[in-house]
Design a protein around this ligand. Structure first.
Ligand code: ADP
Ligand code: MG
Length: 512
C-alpha cells in the first residue's frame, strides 16, 4: 500500500503549488498573527499571515498510525487515574519542588486542594500525546504527553483539508491519493468535548472561559474552537488573561465562579503552562481562585501535574504503570512507546550521558518549546550541575534521544517555499470527560503532524522551529519514509545538502 512514484515536476511547480496553498490558507482561516506586525498578537483580524505549513503530507506507515490512535484512550484513562492519587504526585515531584520554583507553586495549589478534599465531579482532559518514529529501532516512541494547552486542534485539522485539496488537484501528477490523508476532526471534537462538559455543568446561562496570554499570535487556532462552540452548540466563549481573572473574578460561597459578572461553566487553559504567564502574584491568585471554584477546569491542577516531564519519567519506572492500570495488554502498549527516561539521581546514567551526550536530551520541567538541552551543552550542563552539588539536578530529567528518519520536504513560511531534509513528530489528540463514576467521553480525536528541518533540535510551531503538517498513510512499516517528491525536485543545492548531511553523520559516527 505504498504510494506510487510520481512523475517529474520542476521546482517552479513546487513554488506555484505553494502560492496556491498559501491562498487557500488565507481563504480558509489557516492563519496566525504575523511577527512583522506588532498589533497582530493583540488585535484580531490585523496582521494575518498563513500558518507555516508543509506542502505535502508526511508519510507514515499505517501500523504506527493505528498504534498511536489506540494509545489515546489509554493515556486519557491513565491521566485521570494518576490525577486521583494526590500523594503520588506530591511524592514524585517532591525533589523537583526544592529546585524549581514554578513546579513548587503548582504543587502548593495542589496541596491546598488536597487539604480541603476538593472533589472534581466533572473532569475534562483535552490532551495531545506526541511521538516520533525512531529509525534505529523502528519503533514509535512518545516524546511527551501534553495535558495543558495542547495547541493546534483548530489549525491542524485545516492542514489535513489543505493537503487533501492539493492532492485532489495535483494527485495524478504527484502519484498520491487524497483518501490516504486521514480525516482530522480535532477542532470539532475538542469543541464537542468542551460543549459536553458545559452541558454536564448544567447551567444554561454559564459560559466557557478560555484563559489566554495577553499577546497571542496563535489566536486563530483558539478562535476556531470558540467558533465551533458558538455555531454548533450555541455556547458563548469569553477570553480572559490570568490578570483579568484576578481583577474581575470572584468565587461565591457555593463555589460558583463569576468573572465580569458571568457564571463560568468551564475554564479552558490556553495559557498558564509557563512561568512567563505568572509575572506577579496576581496571576497565581487567579489560578488558585479558579481551582477553588466549582467550574470545570481543563485541566485541573492535578491533570496539569500529571503532564509534567517528571511524572512521565516516574511512570516509566518499573511497576509504576501497574499501580494505575489493570489490563496487562494496555500496560504493555503504553510501556512499548516509552523511550528511555531517567532521573538524575542515577550516577551511572549521568556518566554515560557525559560520555555520549548525542544520545540523550536533557529536559527541565518546562513546556512550550526551546527549553531542552542537547549535545555539548548537555555535557557542560551535567558537569557543571554535578560540580555545584546540591539538588540542582532534580530540576531535570534525562531522555533517550530519538532519531527519526529524515526525508525531503517543502516547508512554506511567510510565502516562501524552502526545500530541505526534515523530520516529523506526530501528535494524537485525546478527549476525556467524566461525571463522577461515569465516563462520558474517552476518545482519540484527530492528530497534528509537525515537521522541522532535521538540523533543528526543537519542535514547536509557535516557537518558530517547525511547520504544520498532516500525514499520508502508507503500507510500509520501516519508519516515516521519504515523501513522494518528484525526482527533478532534487536541485544541485539539495544534493549538496544531502551529501553534507551524510558526511556529518559519518563523521559523527566515527567520533563516537
Ligand atoms: P516542550 O514541552 O517544550 O514541547 P518536548 O518534550 O516536546 O518539550 O520537546 C520539544 C521538542 O524537542 C520536541 O517537539 C522534539 O522535536 C524535541 N525532542 C524532545 N524530546 C526528544 C527526544 N527524546 N529525542 C529527540 N527529539 C526530542
Ligand atoms: Mg512538546
Amino acid at each position: 500500500m505504498s504510494a506510487a512514484v510520481p512523475p517529474a515536476m520542476d521546482p517552479a511547480a513546487a513554488g506555484e503549488m505553494a502560492r496556491e496553498a498559501a491562498a487557500w490558507c488565507a481563504l480558509h482561516g489557516l492563519v496566525v498573527g504575523d511577527r512583522a506586525d506588532p498589533r497582530s498578537a493583540t488585535v484580531p483580524g490585523v496582521g494575518l499571515v498563513h500558518a507555516p505549513f508543509s506542502l505535502l503530507p508526511a508519510h507514515l506507515p499505517e501500523s504506527f498510525w493505528r498504534q498511536a490512535c489506540e494509545l489515546a484512550p489509554i493515556f486519557n484513562e491513565l491521566v485521570d487515574r494518576v490525577s486521583m492519587d494526590g500523594n503520588f504526585l506530591q511524592d514524585a515531584l517532591s525533589k523537583t519542588r526544592e529546585v524549581d520554583d514554578f513546579t513548587s507553586r503548582l504543587l502548593e495549589i495542589h496541596r491546598k486542594m488536597m487539604e480541603i478534599n476538593k472533589e472534581e465531579n466533572i473532569r475534562l482532559g483535552l490532551h495531545r500525546s506526541d511521538y516520533m518514529l525512531d529509525s534505529e529501532t523502528s519503533s514509535l516512541l512518545q516524546i511527551e504527553l501534553n495535558t495543558i494547552s495542547a495547541s493546534f486542534p483548530g489549525l491542524g485539522s485545516l492542514v489535513s483539508d489543505l493537503h487533501r485539496t492539493l492532492i485532489k488537484q495535483h494527485g495524478t501528477l504527484l502519484g498520491l491519493e487524497h483518501k490516504r490523508v486521514p480525516a482530522n476532526a480535532a477542532n470539532t471534537q475538542f469543541a464537542e468535548a468542551l460543549a459536553q462538559a458545559w452541558a454536564e455543568f448544567n447551567i444554561d446561562s454559564a459560559v466557557i472561559m478560555m484563559i489566554v496570554q495577553p499577546e497571542e499570535r496563535n489566536m486563530y487556532d483558539q478562535y476556531w474552537l470558540s467558533t465551533h462552540l458558538q455555531d454548533s452548540h450555541g455556547i458563548t466563549t469569553i477570553r480572559k488573561t490570568l490578570s483579568q481573572v484576578e481583577a474581575e473574578g470572584q468565587v461565591l460561597p457555593d463555589g460558583t465562579l463569576l468573572v465580569g459578572g458571568q457564571k463560568i461553566a468551564v475554564v479552558y487553559y490556553r495559557a498558564g503552562y509557563t512561568p512567563n504567564d505568572y509575572p506577579s502574584e496576581a496571576e497565581w491568585s487567579a489560578r488558585l481562585m479558579m481551582e477553588q471554584s466549582s467550574a470545570v477546569k481543563c485541566p485541573s491542577i492535578s491533570y496539569h501535574l500529571v503532564g509534567t516531564k517528571k511524572i512521565q519519567q516516574e511512570l516509566a519506572k518499573p511497576s509504576v504503570l501497574e499501580r494505575f492500570l489493570e489490563s496487562k495488554e494496555e500496560i504493555d502498549k503504553v510501556r512499548k512507546c516509552f523511550a528511555g527516561l531517567w532521573s538524575l539521581g542515577d550516577e551511572e546514567i549521568i556518566k554515560t550521558a557525559v560520555e555520549k551526550p548525542e544520545l540523550f536530551v536533557l529536559k527541565p520541567q518546562r513546556e512550550g518549546g526551546g527549553n531542552n538541552i542537547y549535545g555539548l551543552d548537555l555535557r557542560e550542563t551535567l558537569v557543571r550541575l554535578q560540580k555545584e552539588g546540591g539538588d540542582a539536578l532534580a530540576a531535570y530529567i534525562l531522555m533517550q534521544r530519538i532519531f527519526p528518519k529524515a526525508s525531503l520536504a517543502y516547508l512554506v513560511r511567510g510565502g516562501v517555499c524552502h526545500e530541505g531534509l526534515a523530520i516529523s513528530e506526530l501528535g494524537i489528540y485525546g478527549a476525556y470527560l467524566r461525571y463522577k463514576d461515569k465516563v462520558v467521553i474517552n476518545e482519540q480525536c484527530g492528530y497534528l503532524m509537525r515537521t522541522k528541518v532535521s538540523s533543528s533540535d526543537e519542535g514547536g510551531v509557535a516557537a518558530g522551529f517547525a511547520v504544520l503538517d498532516s500525514l499520508y498513510l502508507t503500507g510500509k512499516a520501516d519508519g516515516i519514509e521519504a515523501r513522494d517528491v518528484p525526482g527533478t525536485f532534487l536541485s544541485p543545492k539539495l544534493i549538496l545538502y544531502i551529501v553534507l548531511e551524510f558526511v556529518i553523520r559519518v563523521a559523527g559516527a566515527l567520533v563516537k
